[in-house]
Design a protein around this ligand. Structure first.
Ligand code: ADP
Length: 221
């Protein structure tokens, strides 16, 4: 589903070359819940950003669903993010002025979907993250754990095959964090979706089917 072949990423910072990723090779199968764990600065977010096409490798190749992305132009990445990938962030990134259901509907509206189908899909997603009773609440009226559930529903609403979660428990207490991880864990089991979660929480990482430890831009296995 997601294959990295000797992927490297270098940044030039103030005249110095920073090797954020060094020849990383890994293979995540469809329906796998995979965790990338490691200390701050080891390259976890960089790796996730490369898979999402937010940033591009300086070496190596990324294959998604068996297709090389090497020849991708911006439009291909945009389409991929819209159709294939759902993203979850540490800081939720919900729109404060919109209710839970409006936040969740947004990706569908941006994809051009209108009418009854939007309400149906949003309802389904609210249900699947256990937030139906909070559908009219704005993010400011929700706890951190609830906001992250809404953010996960928003990431799922266009039915992506791949979910990328960057420190999804980073802003949560341990109980809400465990609930959010359990929710992400349930996706591959229920829908066959693939989840890649970046975390520095050992407790979160231990829930994964597969755990990759990263250090200094390398994957240790
Ligand atoms: P992590 O997510 O594990 O904390 P990152 O992937 O954010 O690590 O960063 C890996 C390394 O790459 C760090 O040394 C970081 O400072 C550097 N880095 C990340 N993004 C950039 C950037 N846009 N410009 C320069 N250096 C960067």
């Amino acid at each position: 589903m997601v294959t990295l072949v000797r992927v490297s990423k270098e940044y030039l910072r103030g005249g110095t070359l920073v090797m954020a990723l060094q020849e990383v090779t890994l293979d995540v199968s469809q329906g796998e819940f995979c965790a990338l764990v490691g200390p701050s600065g080891c390259g976890k977010s960089t790796l996730l950003n490369l898979v999402a096409g937010v940033d591009h490798p300086t070496g190596g190749e990324i294959l998604l669903d068996g297709r090389s992305t090497s020849g991708f132009v911006d439009r291909d990445w945009t389409r991929l993010r819209r159709e294939f990938v759902g993203m979850v962030f540490q800081a939720f990134h919900l729109i404060p002025g919109l209710t839970a259901e409006e936040n969740i509907a947004l990706p569908l509206l941006l994809n051009g979907l209108r009418g009854k189908e939007v309400g149906l899909r949003v309802g389904e997603c609210l249900e699947s993250v256990g937030m139906r009773h909070r559908q009219h609440h704005r993010p400011g009226e929700l706890s951190g754990g609830e906001q992250q559930r809404v953010a996960i529903a928003r990431a799922l609403v266009h039915r992506p095959q791949l979910i990328l979660a960057d420190e999804p428990t980073g802003n949560l207490d341990s109980a809400s964090g465990a609930e959010v991880v359990a929710l992400l864990r349930s996706l591959p089991q229920q829908t066959g979706q693939t989840v890649i979660m970046v975390t520095h929480s050992e407790a979160a990482a231990l829930q994964a089917d597969r755990l990759y430890r990263m250090k200094d831009g390398r994957v240790e296995g």
